[in-house]
Design a protein around this ligand. Sequence first.
Ligand code: SF4
Length: 330
Amino acid sequence: MGIPVRIGIPRALFYYSYYPFWETFFTELDAKVVASGRTNGKILQDGLNSSSNELCLPIKVLHGHIIDLKDRCEFVFLPYIISTQKGSYYCPKLIATPDIAKAVVPGLSLLSVDVDIENFYRSLYSSLKEIASKLRTNPVRIYAAYRMAMERQRIFEGYVHGGALFEDALSMTRGKRKPESAASCPPARDGPVIAVIGHTYLFNDAYISFDLIGKLRKRGARVVTSDALSAGLIDKTLSAPESRTHWSLGNRVIGAAVHFSRRKDVDGIIYITPFGCASDSLIKEYIDANPGRGKPMLVLTVDEHSGDAGVVTRIEAFLEMIARPAARAG
Ligand code: SF4
C-alpha cells in the first residue's frame, strides 16, 4: 500500500455539522484525514489578513484554518453546500466558500463536492466519483465508504439531538467517551437553563464565541443549544409559511427561538450572531413576529473587535435579570 493521500478538513463552518461523515468517508478510502488546529490568535489573524472586510467572521476564520492546513496535506476539502432541505438554501457566501478560498489563498489544492438536495444523487454521485479519481481509488469502493460515513453521521446526530455538545458527541461517536458520562447538562436543576441559539460553527468555536458556553456553565447555568433540535422538529415548529425564510440556517435560529420560548424548563435564550451575517440581519424580526415569544432573550453580536470583558458583563447582567422571579414567570 502506498503513502496515504492527506486530506485537510478546516475546523470551521460545516466541520461542526458533518465532520464525522467526511472523516469516515475519506478514511474508508485509505486517505489520512488531518483537521486544522483549534481556532487561536494566529489562525484568526491569518484569516483576517487574507480576507476582505466584507466577509463575516466565520468565513474569515475559515481562511485562517485553510492556511493552517495548506502545507500539511495534498488537498483541503471544502464542499459546495447549496441545500440540504427542499425549498431552503445556505447563504450565498457560504455556498461560495470554495471559490472565495481559492481566490484568497494562493496555491490551494481543493477537493470539493456539490451537495444540493434538489439534484442530490446526480450532483453527489458525480462529485464522489471525481474524488475517487483524485484519490486514485477504485470508484466501486465509494458506495461502501458512503454507507459507513452515513452510519457514523447518524450516530453522531443521535448524540447531538440527545443534548450532547459537539465535542462530547464527537468523542462518543468515536468511542472515546462513554455515552452516559458525556451528558451536556447535569441532571440536578440548581442553575438556570439557558438555550444558546445561532450558527453551530460560531457557538461551538470557543475562541470566536468568547467561550460563551463555558462561561455560562462556569456561572452555574445548564446549557442547551439549537443543535439539539432535529430538522424535523424545526420544520414542525415553523409550519406556517410566513414564519420562515429561504435560508436554512436562518430557519434553524427562528425555529429554535420559538421552540425554546415555549419550553417551560428554559429560563432564557442567548442568540449569538456574527457581525456581518447577511441572513442573521433579518432573523430577529422574524423571531419577534412569531406568536408565543416571551422568554428573556439576549442578542450577542460578536466580531474580531469584541472583547472578553464586554461579553462577560452582558452574560452576567442577563443571568442576574433572569434570576428575578418576574423574568422567570415570563
Ligand atoms: S450564514 Fe451568516 S455567518 Fe454564516 S456564512 Fe453566511 S453570512 Fe457568514
